[in-house]
Design a protein around this ligand. Structure first.
Ligand SMILES: [Zn+2]
Length: 409
């Protein structure tokens, strides 16, 4: 098989396009493949598909293609132009690349696969021997392509959460589809206006379809949801992981306070015990369990706070909102009678929000999806070494977490 014929096959070129020349540049480790069409070929207007004679050709362009045996492979051609009576002079579409791309579709597909698999832009640059700008350009085009194709679907269960961009200096608000584990909307900021703008990126039908919204206890997000989503007061579910995190923090405050008090009496029983009170019992080793038992039997305030925190978990096992409220009221009465300030503060906070905590019994949702996506975003951010600006950050989130069809075809 001749080299021209070989590349004709490798590129999957069909009439009228044929390979006219294959050149090997040993110095640059590149293979240049020139592609042509016969004289008199008719091409379609890219706007109306009307077949027309070739008007002229643009300057020679080149497209990076998949490597051949580690050699960078470059496709070269002069793209024909047609003079459409309706649309004027236009460059025709070539079958191997999308308009304005510097890569063949096969190369772009491969680059997207590498980006998805490695989850690093810098790693992809090294593997594909590309510059940052060229690699990032592939990400941008893929996201634009995916967004243009995406059909808006109904969103019965959504989550709303914030994500820090650049070391807590600024935030974005993100709306998730909890059923598909995808990011649906992103907006800069995390106040009421930002959350409203983010939710308003959903279309009217999607907004009407929302049955439940998971969120932490941020009052900005509550307010925004109530303004945008009809009957939001029955749909908001404060995330139970977020609440248990607050409960853990309250226990830890009790531990710190008690540890200081005991130390002043020369008692270091609580030294190095932070871990016990924050992790689940099943994560303790046998030795740790023995120490934990003895600490619990010591009638320490920390032990009592821990027990109240663990008891609170049963709130989410109640079958109805009514049962959950009765359970909570009982829990509240016991905690509020103690002298542990951080636990009492927690109890009061939860009491204020209880209507939107017990909604869990009806809707059964958490923001666990958001947490999962957040950690994905964090790992991408670490590996990319931060994004140059917030627009790039948003694009990367959509690229990796948007559930978009990114590939050219
Ligand atoms: Zn036309």
């Amino acid at each position: 098989m001749q080299d021209k014929e070989l590349y004709q096959h490798l590129l999957g070129l069909t009439a009228p396009w044929t390979v006219s020349e294959v050149k090997l540049d040993m110095q640059c480790q590149e293979i240049h493949v020139r592609v042509e069409h016969p004289r008199g070929t008719k091409f379609c207007c890219p706007e109306c598909q009307k077949p027309l004679s070739c008007y002229d050709h643009g300057d020679e362009r080149q497209w990076r293609h998949l490597d051949s045996c580690q050699f960078k492979t470059i496709l070269k051609a002069r793209v024909p132009r047609v003079d459409c009576p309706e649309h004027g002079v236009k460059s025709v579409a070539v079958p191997w690349a999308e308009p304005h791309s510097r890569f063949t579709m096969l190369f772009e597909r491969f680059a997207i696969e590498v980006l998805q698999m490695t989850q690093t832009v810098t790693g992809t640059m090294t593997i594909l021997r590309l510059q940052w700008d060229a690699t990032w350009h592939i990400v941008e085009r893929a996201v634009a392509r995916g967004k243009a194709r995406k059909e808006p679907s109904l969103l019965p269960r959504i989550g709303i959460d914030e994500k820090a961009f650049s070391k807590g200096q600024s935030y974005v608000t993100i709306v998730y589809n909890l059923d598909e584990s995808t990011v649906e909307a992103i907006h800069e900021g995390h106040d009421v206006e930002a959350a409203k703008a983010c939710l308003s990126q959903l279309n009217e039908q999607q907004i009407q379809s929302v049955q439940a919204i998971a969120m932490d206890m941020s009052s900005a997000y509550v307010k925004a949801a109530k303004e945008v989503i009809p009957l939001a007061e029955t749909k908001i579910v404060h995330d139970r992981f977020h609440i248990m995190k607050l409960a853990n923090e309250a226990v830890d405050k009790v531990r710190k306070w008690e540890h200081r008090r005991l130390l002043s009496e020369g008692d270091d029983r609580l030294a190095g015990s932070k871990f016990f009170w924050l992790t689940s019992l099943q994560n303790h080793s046998e030795k740790q369990q023995a120490r934990f038992q003895s600490l619990c039997n010591n009638s320490l305030a920390t032990g009592r706070a821990w027990a109240y925190k663990e008891l609170l978990r049963d709130l989410w096992a109640q079958e109805t909102e009514g049962n959950a409220k009765r359970f909570f009221n009982d829990w509240y009465r016991r905690v509020i009678r103690t002298n542990m300030k951080p636990m009492k503060k927690l109890a009061k906070t939860l009491k204020e929000r209880i209507d939107n905590i017990v909604t869990y019994c009806t809707h059964g949702i958490t923001n666990g999806v958001a947490e999962g996506i957040n950690s994905k975003i964090m790992s991408i951010k670490r590996r990319v070494g931060g994004y140059r600006n917030i627009e790039n950050f948003k694009k990367a989130i959509f690229f990796y977490c948007g559930g978009l069809d990114l590939y050219p075809r």
